[in-house]
Design a protein around this ligand. Structure first.
Ligand code: NAP
Length: 298
């Protein structure tokens, strides 16, 4: 059997249609949702990500506030900018593009963002909320994966889920979200001995390691759902994931492509989080400390 493709681009376009309607409603009530995007330095990949985020704002009718800063911006200058954005009524979400240059203490910067504007979900408050199953801003990439899984119609409760990759922005929050949905979750990382021993048991395999071709068909249980988060640029300029698409598609029941799978969803979920933040100002939707996030409510 050949895997069915989970089309992140199509889902993302569908969600954006709904977002535009929500933005119109907010504008009717006097609020234009706004996202501030801060980029320090000239990392080529970061520039592309920031451009995509600004384009997504334009596409959905949000106002964007780009702050493209020189690489020698000091930590104090950056903190001052964030303080101002925290107070700015027009800004509903603040995003600092990672990675930051080495002279900046990333944790200090992320903790400076107002909790109710932390649309990336990286502030410790939001990380802690995720641990107790009560997040108001689920981190965008795992949030997008959750929605992609929902489209398969398969309930994750009780399923063996293996997450390959344990980063703070993808692997760990992904594992926490799926644990919250009552999956049995295993997290693998670079020091995991015999990766195949774990992956072969996965009903759902989520791969975010940054290693092209790490997962081949032999490592995948027959009929598993496989989500490829990886984005890797090869020397010839092509973009591939962490999953060997050709061999895995012959084993899996569902599979995300790269590009066109998780990538478009990440940016779209950033818009979702920003919209939620703006709606919260009007008392619509979840507040801080309210019940947990619910993909079905989108
Ligand atoms: P990261 O911070 O470098 O973390 C990689 C994780 O994978 C680490 O936990 C590492 O283990 C683990 N790992 C590395 N090699 C491994 C191996 N051979 N076997 C098992 N685990 C291994 O990367 P990240 O930020 O999470 O990103 C991961 C990938 O997803 C990258 O390709 C990135 O470009 C992509 N990404 C895509 C999106 C999207 O929107 N689609 C968003 C974010 C990231 P240790 O902890 O032991 O080092």
């Amino acid at each position: 059997m050949t895997a069915k493709i989970i089309d992140g681009k199509a889902l993302s376009l569908k969600l954006r249609v709904a977002f535009r309607a929500r933005v119109s409603k907010l504008i009717d009530q006097g609020i234009r949702p706004g996202l501030a995007v801060i980029l320090l330095g000239d990392n080529a990949a970061s520039r592309v990500y920031v451009r995509n985020k600004i384009n997504a704002c334009d596409d959905c009718g949000l106002k964007s506030f780009p702050h493209l800063l020189s690489p020698d911006t000091t930590q104090d200058q950056l903190l001052e900018l964030i303080e101002g954005l925290n107070e700015d009524e027009e800004v509903h979400g603040i995003l600092v593009q990672l990675p930051l240059p080495p002279h900046i203490d990333m944790r200090k910067i992320l903790e400076a963002i107002a909790v109710d504007k932390d649309v990336d979900g990286f502030h410790l408050y939001n990380v802690g909320s995720l641990v107790v199953g009560n997040s108001i801003f689920p981190p965008c990439t795992p949030y997008g994966v959750q929605l992609l899984l929902d489209t398969t119609g398969i309930d994750v409760a009780g399923k063996n889920v293996v997450v390959v990759g344990a980063s703070n922005i993808v692997g760990k929050p992904m594992a926490l979200m799926l644990l919250q949905k009552e999956a049995t979750v295993t997290v693998c990382h670079a020091k995991t001995r015999d990766l195949a021993q774990h992956t072969i048991l996965a009903d759902i395999l989520i791969v975010a390691a940054g290693v092209p071709g790490l997962i081949t068909g032999q490592l995948v249980k027959r009929d598993a759902i496989v989500i490829d988060v990886g984005i890797n640029k090869l020397p010839d300029g092509s973009i591939v994931g962490d999953v060997d698409f050709a061999s895995v598609k012959e084993r899996a029941s569902w599979l995300t492509p790269v590009p066109g799978g998780v990538g478009p969803m990440t940016v779209t979920m950033l818009i979702e989080n920003t919209l939620r933040s703006a709606e919260r100002r009007l008392g619509i939707g979840r507040g801080i400390g309210s019940e947990g996030w619910d993909a079905a409510s989108l």
